[in-house]
Design a protein around this ligand. Structure first.
Ligand SMILES: *Cc1c(COP(=O)(O)O)cnc(C)c1O
Length: 463
């Protein structure tokens, strides 16, 4: 008899399943047909034709019994719903900002921030762009400037905080354009487009000090800030003994406000908010939210949605929850790594990112290697993923040319509390199979291209 190695200890999810939703299985022939109809764009597949849906972790989480119970306590008043006050209290308690308005989702808040802060000709530095964030900055007349550290663009760099701001790049920009032309620094934690990579507390502190010198506010994209706090706990000196909730609070205290897509960290299917410490700017936000979202105490949400969000915030900062959440992503990533499948390192907080350039070195960028890979993974096993490369990057608004991001990735985003380890095993095996057959793949070309955020609705065909 052999004794199990006692240092190899498994952990289990801190929840059990109370209700299930059947998943449909399909044949390769069926999927080939559906993929063709969908223009080889995984966004255009019907969800019923997908067996394991890793398109996004946005709005796809499973709510807890505590959250579902909260839905029944929805106070559907037009003004002053008690659920708004619960939400406001929890944003103040866990994120620490003074003033809050709800929005229907993250981009609703991004729209308000951009309209309030940005004037035509401004520059908005950020640690790598996010699709909707940059779009709103541009529509408000600003130009996004990437000031993330160089390692972020290198999928093989194992740096622990690849989301960090390169303070030198930022200071160079300030000196070049002047601080009057920089309405705020757009800080994201974690950085989705870099592969779910975190920002260190030290970097946030140094950023704060630099921005204070030039009187530039720092605004946080707090969408995945809880996952960022978990990485700080695990990787940064001095934080091992601190609770994730404490770390989150400290991190936010280094910023002047935040926008939030609660569809990610906060474990709800819809919702978001904008929080600002500055009274004047908040006043503008409260005015503008009425125009675009709804009254400042509901912002496009039902009372029940705000209650689910308030409760989701409480659950999202629990150490056990976040460890299991990020741990499941790590499990999938390690499995792929053990089979030499090229993934972005370190493995991110919400998703495993596959490096399509190393999958398909023979497919030129203009034939969308990452889009091709996402299509192949669906064909293989009905697993749906998303392109994060040249198609997502879109075109330069001035020149009309394709933007050429250095990263050409496919994202397998893991919904929170939805799939089991067995789903991760099936996913890993499907991706490994696609990797083995990589030489047979050829690229795609566009046959329909929308003007804004083209990746959502573009249609393609095989070359
Ligand atoms: C999802 C997301 C947004 C936009 O939020 P929506 O709720 O989808 O409108 C903004 N920033 C980041 C980092 C996101 O992941």
């Amino acid at each position: 008899m052999r004794k199990r190695d006692p240092s190899q200890k498994s952990w289990a999810e801190p929840w059990k399943i109370k209700m299930v939703e059947p998943v449909r299985r399909t044949t390769p022939e069926y999927r080939r047909e559906r993929l063709r109809e969908a223009g080889y764009n995984t966004f255009l597949l019907a969800s019923e034709d997908v067996s394991i849906d890793l398109l996004t972790d946005s709005g796809t989480s499973a709510m807890s019994d505590y959250q579902w119970a909260g839905l029944m306590l929805g106070d559907e008043a037009y003004a002053g719903s008690r659920n708004f006050y619960h939400l406001e209290a929890n944003v103040r308690k866990f994120y620490g900002y003074k003033h809050v308005v709800p929005t229907h989702q993250g981009r609703g808040a991004e729209h308000l921030v951009a309209q309030i802060y940005i004037k035509k000709g401004d520059f908005v530095p950020g640690n790598m762009y996010f699709t909707t964030t940059r779009m709103h900055q541009e529509l408000a007349g600003g130009a996004f400037v990437d000031v993330i550290v160089d390692e972020a663009h290198d999928p093989e760099s194992q740096a622990p905080f690849k989301g960090n701001v390169d303070l030198q790049k930022l200071e160079d920009l300030i000196k070049k354009v002047g601080c009057e032309a920089i309405p705020y620094v757009s800080l994201a934690a974690t950085v989705n487009m870099a592969g779910g990579q975190p920002v260190s507390m030290q970097n946030a502190r140094e950023l704060r000090a630099l921005c204070e010198r030039y009187a530039i506010p720092v605004l946080l994209d707090a969408t995945r800030a809880v996952e960022n706090a978990y990485f700080i706990q695990q990787r940064e000196q001095g934080y091992r003994e601190k609770k994730v909730a404490e770390i989150l609070f400290e991190f936010c205290s280094l910023t002047d406000g935040a926008w939030m897509s609660a569809k990610k960290d906060s474990l709800v299917n819809i919702g978001g908010w904008l929080a600002l410490n500055d009274e004047e700017k908040f006043d503008a936000a409260r005015n503008l939210v009425v125009v675009y979202e709804g009254l400042h105490t509901y912002g496009g949400l039902a009372g029940r949605d705000m209650e689910a969000m308030a409760r989701g915030i409480e659950e999202s900062v629990e150490d056990d929850h976040i460890r299991a959440r990020v741990g499941q992503v790590e499990y999938l990533g390690q499995k792929l790594l053990s089979w030499d499948v090229p993934v972005v390192l370190p493995i991110g907080g919400h998703a495993v990112f596959l490096d399509a350039k190393r999958f398909y070195p023979h497919i030129p960028r203009e034939n969308f290697p990452a889009q091709t890979l996402a299509a192949q993974i669906y064909l293989e096993a009905g697993v749906r993923t998303m392109e994060r490369g040249i198609l997502s990057a879109g075109r330069d608004p001035k020149t009309g040319q394709n933007r050429l991001p250095r990263l050409e990735l496919v994202r397998a985003a893991i919904p929170r509390r939805v799939y089991t380890q067995a789903h991760m095993d099936v996913t890993a095996e499907a991706i490994e199979e696609v990797y083995w057959n990589r030489k047979r793949a050829s690229g795609l070309r566009l046959i329909y291209e929308p003007r804004y955020l083209r990746f959502f609705q573009a249609r393609l065909e095989p070359v």
